[in-house]
Design a protein around this ligand. Structure first.
Ligand code: ACO
Length: 431
């Protein structure tokens, strides 16, 4: 048998055959364009609403095998990274492709630490929000506003500019996030303490009251960076795709990151853990679970924190979070909603509806319960997601900018509207 690395496509309308090369086992959608019934025709496209089977890029950042429940950053299993690394160590890995040496990690940590302050005018901007502004709205707007403070950031093709802006963004997002939270509880904003680790400093900015130095509980600080590591990247999800699409127009990284954060804010993406807690509150008691599941099966509701576009197996991040939850609860005391969640998971995993559709708990199912036990307001959950994901967005953005094959992202459409028709004057129009 001939082992050619091609597909042969026969157009049954014309009887013509086309040999289409395969690259990495895939065809290029542009190779379909030559398939047409006459030279005037536009040619064949691939129609793929919501990109369920379209690769938009070649990427070396994150690998997911959804069927097997595997997640790796730069080849390293997420379980090993969560067990052995600090957040900034994994951030370096995701951005640069290799684990940092001791000297690299020290320099990187120093660099991040020295960019945590934000301009006082951003603080004033944040103070201008209504007392009950959602922290995610404040986060998105403040990150976008940073763009006006760093006009040089628009030179996105300049590697030195990117090298300067990437740590700046990673350093500043916890400050913005913490200040958005302090605003929502009506307390003064706390300045960063550069002697603390990334997560301990974030906790300091969130929770310091009148003490001269904030001491983060080490178990909680560790739980937070494990959660941050798990949320760094997840290949071409809705917000990463937004980052790439907006960045492809050469918008600066602040505007681009704000756009990605906006995508994350939706309940089907980063807003899901907030919805999980609302759902657990609504269920209220284990006895109410079967009725709730029935409503999900009828399509009246979605079981929030269940299902994933890519994972058709247990989300590996959910497994790590479930373990981390136990450590956190030893410090904070058990959250009663955990018992409802555990029972809900047990029942759903045995139910034919969920089994048949391969619906398993995703990262959001348990993260909200931990965050709540740690003292975070539910309104902060998506912001907590956005902090580490900023690293992933920037890794995806940098990869896109330096990829010679990429251009401004511009999908095609299948036009299904009217053919040309003549203008109708107002007096002749009927409803
Ligand atoms: N509860 C009940 N049924 C569900 C759920 C759910 N959570 N998720 C999917 N289904 C059903 C769908 O109704 C559909 O059923 P059908 O075949 O009878 O029509 C089937 O399972 C396939 O679902 P799709 O919607 O086609 O799956 P898709 O890949 O488009 O959606 C998504 C994935 C958006 C995550 C979906 O599972 C969902 O809405 N889950 C709840 C929200 C959530 O937890 N989001 C967080 C995702 S993780 C993250 O972003 C970090």
């Amino acid at each position: 048998m001939d082992n050619k690395n091609t597909f042969t496509i026969t157009d049954n309308r014309t009887g013509k055959s086309y040999e289409i090369p395969l690259t990495d086992g895939n065809i290029r959608a542009m190779d379909l364009r030559q398939i047409k019934t006459n030279p005037e025709e536009f040619g064949t496209m691939a129609y793929d609403p919501a990109f369920t089977n379209t690769a938009s890029c070649r990427s070396a950042v994150t690998f997911i095998d959804g069927a097997k429940g595997i997640l790796r950053y730069r080849g390293y299993p997420i379980e090993q990274l969560a067990e052995n690394c600090t957040f900034l160590e994994v951030a370096w890995l995701v951005l640069n492709g290799e684990l940092p040496t001791e000297a690299q990690l020290k320099a990187w940590t120093d660099e991040i630490t020295h960019h945590t302050l934000i301009h006082e005018n951003i603080k004033k901007l944040m103070e201008g929000f209504r007392y009950d502004a959602h922290p995610m709205g404040m986060f998105i707007s403040s990150v976008a506003a940073l763009s006006t403070f760093y006009p040089e950031a628009k030179n996105v093709r300049d590697a030195e500019v990117r090298k300067a802006e990437i740590p700046r963004l990673i350093a500043k997002v916890p400050t913005i996030a913490a200040w958005a939270y302090r605003h929502s509880i009506g307390q003064r904003y706390v300045y960063p303490d550069n002697n603390l680790s990334y997560t301990a400093n974030f906790m300091n900015m969130l929770w310091r009251k009148v003490e001269s130095k904030y001491a983060a509980n080490p178990v909680l600080a560790r739980a937070l960076y494990v959660l941050f590591i798990l949320h760094i990247d997840h290949e071409q999800n809705c917000s990463a795709n937004t980052m790439r699409a907006v960045g492809s127009s050469e918008a600066d990284p602040y505007a681009t990151t704000a756009a990605a954060a906006a995508a994350l804010s939706g309940p089907l993406h980063g807003g899901a853990n907030e919805k999980v807690l609302r759902m657990l509150r609504e269920i209220g008691h284990k006895d109410n679970i079967p009725a709730y599941i029935e409503r999900c099966k009828k399509g009246e509701l979605k079981l929030m924190g269940f299902g994933h576009r890519v994972y058709k197996n247990y989300d590996p991040r959910a497994r790590i979070i479930k373990r981390t939850a136990e450590e956190v609860f030893e410090v904070t005391g058990r959250n009663p909603q955990l018992d409802i969640a555990l029972e809900l998971e047990k029942i759903a995993l045995e139910d034919e509806y969920f089994v048949k559709r391969k619906l398993y708990p995703n990262v959001d199912f348990y993260s909200g319960i931990i965050y709540q036990a740690m003292g975070f307001d539910t309104k902060m959950f998506t912001v907590l997601f956005a902090i580490p994901r900023t690293v992933g967005w920037l890794a995806q953005w940098q990869e896109m900018i330096t990829d010679k094959e990429q251009k401004i992202a511009r999908p095609r459409q299948v036009y299904v509207g009217y053919d040309q028709r003549d203008f109708v004057p107002m007096e002749q129009r009927t409803s």
